[in-house]
Design a protein around this ligand. Structure first.
Ligand code: HDE
Length: 494
């Protein structure tokens, strides 16, 4: 998708204006009418088609992560991890894979402010020779909830009140006081990392534990970390609030302009690695996405570098139509049993079929750079050859694409046991240990910002919700809880 893809004619010009069906348009300024004062005519196909297409210009925006910006670039392997995975794009130092990355806020609509307090989406599509791998992460190493069944409820609390169509602090703090395992992520959100200074100055994380799988089927658990080479830079609550009024597209503009001037942002990509045995010995569940895995115990191993060096030519085609899914995986990368990840494996392709249609994977931005050979056919907006004259079923007696038995085996080697049931997570002290450690990791000024930012939000909720969240904050750390309580009191007294 370069400007050279424009339909230049043989003399190198863009040629005459046409309708969608390629017919020359003699006049694009004046509709056909019956006489000077007469009505507009049905036979003016160009007018009718132009208005009808315009009426359909919007596709549904993403239900979450609606506001975002994207860029093209590459991933380059800098350290050999071929002993851990048979993924071909990771097979040799120096190997480059084209990528497309989209950053986003979560809760706001497509026109909302880039500087809102919110996690940031960090989604990377790797166009490998074995199809696409999508790393659909956030700028936080953890998440609010740990069971996908809670996700629609959680998101409702972040969106608009069904009656007033306003954001509502009551809904947010009510939900969080019922789901206190969220408070680890809530604390990150209310530090200044909740308002990053654009998209270039933040890290990205897979957040979930994934698997790297070798050709013999053995595997290691990994967490992916994309650490910004630009350095972390955050906005204060005041700066973020001002920018949301003066330049709501602050982060989108910053990314675009940096790439235009050749100041290409990059991220150092690393993994934490642990075995199944080590995973089972941890004090917490390594598949619970509300938990970090200690970097002291499992340090980062550098794998490569991600560089963004090309802006999209067309926002709608490349950014709005980009369809990421954690279920787009290559041989050598596989899911862990993380319940949230398992839920996401279903939810993303489902949203794409609704938003873009059943053939969303045929769109240029989503299409595998490796040939796609399958027996899916037809459906709305089916472009390309649709399999041509090849048989549309398998097995058949006519040759055609063969199964790849070795790759099919790779991700199926985990044992499972137990009874089918709703095995709920208990809230335990372990859910408060990591938030406490996070609080103590912060510098005094970072602690102060956290207290001010959080108290400012809680104070907007009704007293009943202020009171229901405080015991949880005190359970994290009594001094932290007390500081929030007194900050709320002084805001209430103003
Ligand atoms: Fe998403 N999420 N999510 N999410 N998410 C979407 O997919 C969903 C979660 C993330 O730039 C949607 O195409 C469920 C965690 C990013 O296009 C949707 C659950 C993490 C993006 C969806 C989660 C993410 C999305 C909306 C709980 C970080 C934007 C439109 C089980 C590790 C990707 C779309 C882009 C987008 C569902 C939780 C990251 C509805 C059900 C955890 C970066 O399918």
């Amino acid at each position: 998708m370069k400007s050279t893809d424009l339909p230049l004619n043989s003399s190198g010009s863009l040629g005459v204006l046409t309708t969608g069906s390629g017919n020359p348009v003699p006049n694009n300024q004046t509709s056909q009418t019956a006489g000077y004062y007469g009505p507009v005519l049905m036979q003016d196909f160009h007018l009718i088609d132009k208005l009808a297409h315009f009426d359909r210009e919007r596709i549904p925006e993403r239900v979450v992560h609606a506001k975002g910006a994207g860029a093209h670039g590459y991933f380059e392997v800098t350290n050999d991890i071929s002993h851990l995975t048979c993924a071909k794009f990771l097979s040799a130092v120096g190997k480059r894979t084209p990528i497309f990355t989209r950053f986003s806020t979560v809760g706001g609509e497509s026109g909302s402010a880039d500087t809102a307090r919110d996690p940031r989406g960090f989604a990377v599509k790797f166009y490998t020779e074995e199809g696409n791998w999508d790393m659909v992460g956030n700028n936080t190493p953890i998440f609010f909830i740990r069971d996908p069944i809670k996700f629609p409820d959680f998101i409702h609390t972040q969106k608009r009140d069904p009656r007033t169509h306003l954001k509502n602090a009551d809904m947010q703090w009510d939900f969080w006081s019922h789901v206190p395992e969220a408070l680890h992520q809530v604390m990150i959100l209310f530090t200044n990392r909740g308002t990053p200074d654009g998209f270039r100055h933040m890290h990205g994380y897979s957040s979930h534990t994934l698997k790297l799988v070798s050709a013999d089927g053995s595997f290691h658990y990994v967490k992916w970390h994309f650490r910004t080479d630009q350095g972390i830079k955050n906005l204060t609550a005041k700066q973020a609030a001002e920018l949301s009024g003066t330049n709501p597209d602050y982060a989108t503009q910053d990314l675009f302009e940096a790439i235009e001037r050749g100041d290409f942002p990059s991220w150092t990509v690393s993994i934490q690695i642990f075995t199944e045995e080590e995973a089972m010995k941890l004090k917490y569940n390594p598949f619970d996405v509300t938990k970090v895995v200690s970097q002291k115990e499992f340090p980062l191993h550098e794998v490569g570098r991600m560089v963004l060096d090309r802006n999209p030519e067309n926002y709608f085609v490349e950014v709005e139509q980009a369809a990421f899914s954690p279920s787009h995986m290559v041989p050598g990368i596989a899911p862990s049993p993380d319940r949230m990840l398992q839920g996401r494996l279903f939810s993303y392709p489902d949203t794409h079929r609704h938003r873009l249609g059943a053939n969303y994977l045929q769109l240029p931005i989503n299409r595998s750079r490796d040939a796609v050979r399958y027996h899916q056919r037809d459906g709305p907006m089916c472009f390309g050859t649709n399999g041509g004259r090849l048989p549309n079923y398998e097995p058949n007696s006519f040759g055609g694409p063969q199964e790849a038995p070795n790759t099919r085996e790779i991700d199926t080697r985990s044992a499972v046991e137990g009874f089918i049931g709703r095995h709920g997570y208990e809230l335990t002290d372990a859910d408060f240990d990591q938030p406490r450690a996070l609080y103590h990791l912060l510098s005094p000024s970072e602690q102060q910002d956290l207290v001010d930012n959080m108290a400012g939000s809680i104070a907007q909720a009704k007293p009943v919700f202020q009171n229901s969240i405080l015991p949880h904050l005190k359970r994290i750390d009594s001094e932290f809880g007390a500081r929030i309580e007194s900050a709320i009191k002084s805001i209430n007294a103003q």
